[in-house]
Ligand binder design. Structure first.
Ligand SMILES: C[S@@+](CC[C@H](N)C(=O)[O-])C[C@H]1O[C@@H](n2cnc3c(N)ncnc32)[C@H](O)[C@@H]1O
Length: 250
């Protein structure tokens, strides 16, 4: 029998200033059960113990959106979670913000087939999958400059994440780059990349995870100008030659 997820109602409130309602708590439990089941066939995550899952998948996913003032975002906010894998942070965000429309993008079809099964099981109508490489999808007219919010966790270095995310955003939209540690060098490189992509850092928020005191940073980037058509570059180029990194210095 699967473990029960801890509710941690007070912890949600004190750390994220938000509480799931009973229905959302039940949906988190079903999500956890589904991930454990999927893990027996697909190697989705090493985080399987209940409190670990709560902290590193649920709490961590929601930390990025709960720690800032998102009043500027409309009820119908359009979100894209780039490199969602098994659905993080996108699925917890869709559960917590039922009025938002969340697109879960990943290049690995078999992961997204599984994510679709989860969405069906959770009866989550405000999330949908999208299979493809960020570099290619962001060039398609229907997806480019189409989102208010882009999230991206554990996909690549920050400059690459920015090159994937900025083209998807409307001018004025926000990208949340979920990071572990954050260094001056990463900050410098990201700023150089953003000067090409039409973005600027508005906030770097550092915090500790509430159970194991892990270090996390969320880097908030606002799109201030239209991203030039040449970005994102061809598939594979962003990771091979990240923007803003001077290879003579490496
Ligand atoms: C380490 S997993 C992280 C999954 C999830 N975001 C999380 O934090 O648990 C990275 C995911 O990014 C996807 N990915 C990497 N590069 C991508 C790209 N260029 N376009 C779309 N997906 C990509 C991979 O297929 C993989 O599922």
């Amino acid at each position: 029998m699967n473990q029960s997820l801890p509710a941690f109602i007070e912890l949600w409130q004190t750390t994220l200033n938000w509480q799931p309602n009973p229905e959302q708590l039940q949906t988190f439990q079903v999500l956890y059960d589904q991930i454990l089941e999927g893990n027996t066939q697909l190697n989705l995550t090493r985080i399987t113990e209940a409190s670990d899952f709560w902290e590193k998948h649920l709490w961590d996913s929601l930390s990025g959106v709960s720690q800032i003032n998102l009043d500027s975002l409309q009820n119908s906010c359009k979100v894209i979670d780039i490199g969602t894998g098994a659905g993080f942070p996108g699925i917890p965000i869709a559960i917590s913000y039922p009025d938002w429309q969340v697109t879960l993008l990943d290049s690995t079809r078999k992961k997204l087939v599984f994510v679709q099964q989860i969405l069906d099981k959770l009866l989550l109508k405000n999330a949908k999958i999208l299979v493809g490489r960020a570099e290619a999808i962001a060039r398609e007219k229907q997806y480019r400059s189409n989102y208010d919010l882009a999230t991206i966790r554990a996909v690549s270095n920050a400059s690459v994440c920015a090159e994937y995310a900025l083209p998807f955003l409307k001018v004025g939209g926000t990208a949340i780059l979920y990071r572990g540690q954050w260094s001056d060098e990463e900050d410098y490189n990201l700023k150089s990349a953003l000067s090409l992509l039409g973005g600027e850092i508005t906030l770097v928020k550092s915090f500790q995870t509430p159970l194991t005191q892990g270090i996390r940073h969320c880097v908030y980037v606002q799109k201030i100008l239209k991203t030039p058509e040449e970005y994102p570059r061809a598939i594979g180029t962003p990771t091979q030659q990240p923007l803003g990194i001077n290879f003579q210095d490496v």
